[in-house]
Write a protein that binds this ligand. Structure first.
Ligand SMILES: *[C@@H]1O[C@H](CO)[C@@H](O)[C@H](O)[C@H]1NC(C)=O
Ligand SMILES: *[C@@H]1O[C@H](CO)[C@@H](O)[C@H](O)[C@H]1NC(C)=O
Ligand SMILES: *[C@@H]1O[C@H](CO)[C@@H](O)[C@H](O)[C@H]1NC(C)=O
Length: 398
């Protein structure tokens, strides 16, 4: 059975709230979904107020959700739970409350932290397969951009808010210098649901918080173009992950018409280990070439920060592999008109970068799934670029 999906776990939220857990037999799933049922929308465990970094009159907060226990790589073996992308992954799916209302979000990022406030990353054996937050209170731009907007993903009723993966990249709803007048508009109240999958490569359980850091302005920052994040996959309207037949290959997506006028204010690829780069074109012209940046890692002992092999955990059940720690981003706004054809080609070279190791429920070693996806931060607007400039006096960095 091919078991995949980012959004299908949102269906699990509905199932959980409807009290139907019958077909979810996995113990862990029971525990996670059980938590969800016992307190449908628990607030953040902690909210930190931070100084704004983009706009002088903005607010910035970090909300900590959790903690969540990630079972040991040894103890946790899947029994074929649906909705899962990595056989050693833990899914955490829940509504998120406590975000601003009647506001405009400029930036959002999901990070993992240990209880002691240290970041939890690949170097501590915690791998983020994905963290996806969608908002079903909005319908402005498809969260999954695909030809004909068909199927479960293509017609998903919501927009993309904070989305990150192994590259741990931030979501910008303006340009990183803050000058482009756009933002993720929240008209009244957002209806946010998070689905995530995390993998613990260590032999001991690890407890993490999922922290959402975001910066926002009160109200609808005067006539800012409304921005959100869309996923665009080489697999079209189908689920984004697949298992390739060869190690060196490229895949082209369908050419998909832009649903509206506006700007791609941020484009970044999302590849899994083995990926080399991914190219986006608009009407056949290359507008972004997003490259995978690798760091040496060791499965359990961790790398990601250029640790020497001899400092790593000798018990490491996985061998070394190159892990993607960043995808280069294209941050110069790219104008698009409704109907313009967006297309991309992803390039994998599994000889140069071996795929991420993982294992099945019996402990048998497997290669992880692959993806060829662009995260496109799209700001809808009919205005020319020069009318979408924030006054420099409003910016923190002028
Ligand atoms: C915080 O906790 C993590 C996980 O237990 C540990 O690896 C790290 O060394 C701790 N950091 C500090 C500063 O205590
Ligand atoms: C948002 O603003 C509208 C109009 O000003 C108001 O009616 C509504 O109660 C506000 N919503 C929240 C959640 O503050
Ligand atoms: C892309 O794949 C095709 C085969 O599907 C191959 O002919 C072509 O050379 C590849 N392009 C690059 C740049 O690797």
């Amino acid at each position: 059975m091919k078991i995949t999906s980012i959004f299908a776990s949102l269906v699990a939220v509905q199932q959980a709230t409807a009290g139907s857990l019958n077909d979810v037999t996995n113990k862990l799933a029971r525990r996670q979904l059980g938590d969800l049922m016992s307190a449908f929308a628990p607030p953040a465990a902690k909210v930190e107020r931070l100084n704004p970094l983009i706009r002088k009159d903005a607010s910035r907060e970090r909300m900590w959700f959790g903690p969540y226990t990630l079972p040991s790589v040894k103890a946790f073996h899947m029994t074929g739970m649906p909705l899962q992308m990595d056989p050693s992954g833990v899914q955490i799916t829940r509504p998120l409350t406590g975000f601003c209302s009647n506001c405009t979000v400029l930036y959002g990022k999901a990070n993992l932290f240990f209880e002691n406030g240290t970041r939890a990353t690949a170097s501590s054996g915690v791998y983020v397969h994905h963290i996806v937050v969608v908002d079903t209170a909005k319908r402005t731009f498809p969260v999954y951009l695909c030809d004909g907007q068909k199927g479960f993903l293509g017609t998903f009723p919501g927009v993309g808010f904070i989305i990150s993966g192994n590259d741990e990249a931030p979501n910008w709803f303006t340009t990183p210098d803050g000058k482009f007048n756009s933002g993720y508009g929240i008209k009244n109240k957002p209806m946010l649901a998070m689905t995530s999958e995390l993998v613990n490569y260590r032999e001991e359980d690890q407890k993490v918080f999922i922290a959402m850091e975001y910066e926002y302005m009160k109200g609808s920052a005067d006539t800012a173009a409304d921005a959100s994040v869309s996923m665009f996959s080489v697999t079209g309207c189908d689920f984004p992950d697949y298992h390739p037949k060869t190690r060196v290959y490229n895949i082209s997506s369908a050419a998909v018409p832009s649903p509206s006028n506006g700007y791609i204010i941020n484009a970044k690829g999302h590849l899994h280990d083995g990926g080399d780069h991914i190219v986006l074109t608009v009407n056949g012209n290359v507008v972004c070439d997003s490259k995978a940046i690798y760091t040496k890692s060791s499965g359990a002992g961790g790398g990601g920060h250029h640790h020497k092999r001899d400092t790593l955990d000798a018990q490491a059940p996985q061998e070394d592999w190159d892990v993607i720690t960043e995808m280069t981003q294209c941050t110069k706004p790219i104008p698009v008109k409704k109907g313009d054809k967006l297309q991309m080609v992803s390039y994998y070279d599994g000889e140069k970068h071996p795929p991420r190791p993982t294992q099945d429920q019996t402990g048998k070693k497997l290669e992880a799934d692959e993806m060829g996806v662009f995260f496109l931060n799209f700001a809808a607007s009919d205005k020319p670029m020069e009318q979408l400039v924030v006054k420099s006096s409003a910016l923190i960095q002028q």
